[in-house]
Design a protein around this ligand. Structure first.
Ligand code: MTE
Length: 311
C-alpha cells in the first residue's frame, strides 16, 4: 500500500487574498517564546505564532519538500542543536555495519542486521507530512516498511503493552551526548496498538536513496500523526514492555512533552500555540491539521481519551 498526502479539492484552497491577509496577521502576531527554560525544542521566532482564535482549518497543497531541504534542516541533538549544521557535523557517522536488537516481551527476540532488515521487509514509498513540535513542517517521501511487519515476526507476548525505542549511544561519534543536559541515549515510545498501526513506518531511505546520517540513518521511526520528536533516529534497540516508556523529552520537561504528542492545533504547548505552522520553503504560515491530517486513519486509537490531558 502506498499512502499519499490527500489530494486537495480546489474549493478548499484558501483564496489568495484571504491567505495573504492571514499571513500578514500572523506576521504581526509573532511573539518570542519568553525565557525558555529549555534550549531544546524551542522554536525560533519565525516558528512561534500567537494563537489564532476562530481560525478555520484550511487545506493547502502539500508538495514534497526537495532533497536539499530535507537533508539540510534537521533536529538531531546528538550532533548539535543547530539545525543548519547537523548535516555537516554528521557526515562521518558510521551507519554500516549496524545491528538492531529486538527484545523484551516477545516470543522471538533477535538481533537484526540492517541489511537483513532491508531485504526481509519489502520497501515501499510513503509520502508523509512531518510536523515538528516547534511549529515547522515538511512533506517527506520516505522509503521503508510498516513496523507491524517486524513486530509480527518477533511475536509480542500478551503482556506487552508498549514499544520502547533507543538511539545509539556513542559520544565519540555524537558529541552532543557529552552534554549532561539530557538523559542520553534518546528514547521514545509508542503504545503497542500505535506501533501496530499501518501508518507507523520504519524508514530506511528517502527520495529512493538510503537515509543520510542527519535524517537518522540507517533506521528511524516515522509516526506521521505525532510531533516529529516521536520519530526517533538511528535506532539500535526495540523493546516490548508492559511499562509506558519515559522518553528523553518527557524526562527533560514533563510539563511540556508528554507520551502521546499527537499533533493537535487545539492543545497549545505551554510556551507557544500549535494552531499553525511554517512549511519549510514557504513564507507565511498554514493552519495545523488535527492529527497532522491523519485523523481519519488514527483518531480511533484515542476514543474516549482526554487529548488535552494525554498530550
Ligand atoms: N531522534 C534523535 N535520536 N535525536 C533527535 O534529536 N529529533 C527529533 C526527531 N528524532 C531527534 C530525533 C525531532 S525534534 C524532529 S522534528 C525530527 O527527528 C526531525 O527529523 P528530520 O531531521 O529528519 O527532519
Amino acid at each position: 500500500m502506498r499512502y499519499k498526502v490527500p489530494p486537495i479539492p480546489s474549493s478548499e484552497i484558501t483564496p489568495e487574498h484571504v491567505y495573504l491577509s492571514r499571513r500578514k496577521f500572523m506576521r504581526e502576531a509573532l511573539v518570542l517564546a519568553a525565557g525558555s527554560a529549555l534550549a531544546a525544542c524551542a522554536p525560533t521566532p519565525n516558528d512561534t505564532p500567537n494563537s489564532t482564535p476562530g481560525q478555520e482549518p484550511t487545506l493547502l497543497p502539500d508538495t514534497p519538500n526537495d532533497f536539499e531541504q530535507i537533508t539540510n534542516y534537521n533536529n538531531f541533538y546528538e550532533f548539535t542543536t543547530d539545525k543548519d549544521r547537523v548535516a555537516i557535523l554528521s557526515t562521518a557517522f558510521v551507519t554500516s555495519p549496524w545491528q538492531v536488537s529486538v527484545e523484551g516481551m516477545v516470543n522471538k527476540p533477535g538481533i537484526y542486521d540492517i541489511d537483513a532488515i532491508r531485504s526481509q521487509f519489502a520497501q515501499e514509498e510513503r509520502v508523509y507530512r512531518m510536523r515538528c513540535v516547534e511549529g515547522w513542517s515538511m512533506v517527506i517521501p520516505w522509503n521503508g516498511f510498516a513496523l507491524n511487519q517486524l513486530l509480527k515476526v518477533v511475536e509480542p507476548t500478551s503482556d506487552a503493552k508498549y514499544v520502547r525505542f533507543t538511539t545509539l549511544y556513542d559520544p565519540q561519534q555524537m558529541p552532543g551526548q557529552k552534554s549532561s543536559y539530557f538523559a542520553w541515549p534518546y528514547v521514545e515510545g509508542l503504545r503497542l496498538d500505535e506501533a501496530m498501526h499501518d501508518l507507523t513506518l520504519m524508514a530506511t531511505g528517502l527520495y529512493g536513496k538510503d537515509l543520510l546520517p542527519q535524517n537518522g540513518a540507517p533506521l528511524r521511526l516515522v509516526v506521521p500523526w505525532k510531533y516529529g520528536f516521536k520519530s526517533i533516529k538511528s535506532i539500535v534497540k526495540i523493546e516490548l514492555t508492559d511499562q509506558m516508556p519515559v522518553s528523553l523529552w518527557m524526562d527533560a520537561a514533563p510539563n511540556e512533552y508528554g507520551f502521546y504528542a499527537n499533533v493537535n492545533p487545539d492543545v497549545s504547548h505551554p510556551r507557544w500555540s500549535q494552531a499553525s505552522e511554517r512549511r519549510i520553503g514557504e513564507s507565511g504560515r498554514r493552519p495545523t491539521l488535527f492529527m497532522n491530517g491523519y485523523a481519519d486513519e488514527v483518531a480511533g486509537l484515542y476514543t474516549g481519551m482526554d487529548l488535552a490531558k494525554n498530550y
